[in-house]
Design a protein around this ligand. Structure first.
Ligand SMILES: C[S@@+](CC[C@H](N)C(=O)[O-])C[C@H]1O[C@@H](n2cnc3c(N)ncnc32)[C@H](O)[C@@H]1O
Length: 200
């Protein structure tokens, strides 16, 4: 993992944001358009903008600097490693995974970010009542994600919470819309874990 901005070097992620602030993760942020626009709209929130590609993180950093958004923290990191290893329990208010690579060919499906195990990690790092926002132009991937979230029992869908950001379009969403494709957004709210006490 790497911070493009040297001033963050040697920091642990939780040291980077105020703990009384709301913290959001834009995972696979690309050039960072979502984080930049959301950071302008919600200056009191912190946006961790993470992507595996250094070129994209560089653009995201330059974009945030130009706009003067100190509340965007670009991070070059592999998504699973970042979430499973570097983010503590109940540390985020929102996770956005927007237009992730759909890996449509059956033999490539294992590359998809969202799977049951990762949904458990998303639940772990979200605060109580935290939100998971997902969008895709790929209907089969979308249906799989909806199904996995549904059977997990860990989240409740509430798309009404998308209202405050529904007009923000990422670079990939703009690309798909320009091609006449439909991009669907869904939002789930973290539910508390319930353990059955019977033991038998
Ligand atoms: C299709 S683009 C979407 C970018 C942005 N969210 C948008 O909607 O414009 C997918 C992004 O996820 C990043 N990505 C793919 N696999 C990743 C991984 N394992 N960890 C972190 N980022 C990843 C890619 O580098 C790329 O920027």
């Amino acid at each position: 993992m790497l911070f493009y901005d040297d001033s963050y070097r040697n920091s642990e992620i939780p040291e980077l944001y105020r703990h009384d602030a709301e913290v959001e993760l834009d995972l696979g942020c690309g050039n960072g358009r979502f984080s930049e626009e959301a950071a302008a709209r919600f200056p009191q929130r912190t946006f961790l903008a993470a992507d595996i590609m250094m070129g994209r993180i560089r653009k995201c950093t330059n974009r945030a600097r130009r706009a003067g958004h100190a509340n965007v923290i670009p991070i070059r990191a592999e998504a699973r490693l970042l979430v499973t290893t570097f983010l503590p329990d109940t540390s985020l208010n929102r996770i956005h995974i927007l237009c992730p690579d759909p890996w449509p060919k059956a033999r490539h499906r294992h590359h998809r970010l969202i799977c049951s195990e990762f949904i458990g990690q998303i639940h772990r790092v979200l605060k109580d009542d935290g939100e998971f926002h997902f969008s895709s132009d790929d209907q089969p991937y979308l249906e799989t994600v909806i199904h996995l979230l549904d059977i997990s029992g860990l989240f409740k869908r509430d798309d009404s919470r998308l209202a405050e950001i529904s007009d923000i379009k990422t670079d990939f969403e703009r690309r798909w819309l320009d091609k006449g494709k439909k991009v669907t957004h869904c939002l789930w709210v973290k539910q508390p874990l319930h353990f059955s006490g019977s033991g038998h």
